[in-house]
Unconditional design. Structure first.
Length: 116
């Protein structure tokens, strides 16, 4: 079971690295998930991620305070709003738009209720 959790952690590190270079894909959330799986499978991999100079500090901040920095909240809220507008302009079928808006609204509510 440990190798499965380790593999899942590696998968999320890969997505996080992509997110560091692609403007439409967040990275921190994937590193937080990777750290969770590494904590259950590989102390060495967890330490590597937490001590990484670029990816580690946001994960450590999340673990210690469960807070989202204000600039990140503003960026996320703006991105969610733009996504909602794109969905509206795309004239998706009602069910698809409803599901998308539910996910966006839930994400926005979660982000805005975290401390800064």
């Amino acid at each position: 079971m440990r190798w499965i959790k380790f593999s899942i952690g590696l998968f999320f590190v890969g997505i996080g690295v992509l997110g560091a270079f692609l403007p439409v894909l967040p990275s921190t959330v994937f590193f937080i998930i990777a750290a969770f799986y590494f904590s259950q499978s590989s102390e060495k991999a967890e330490k590597w991620l937490l001590n990484h100079p670029r990816f580690g500090p946001p994960v450590v901040r999340w673990r210690t305070s469960r807070a989202i920095p204000k600039p990140a909240k503003i960026l996320a809220s703006t991105s969610i709003t733009i996504s909602g507008l794109i969905i509206f302009l795309a004239e998706l079928p009602l069910l698809a738009a409803g599901i998308a808006y539910t996910i966006l609204a839930s994400s926005l509510a979660y982000i805005l209720t975290r401390p800064s």
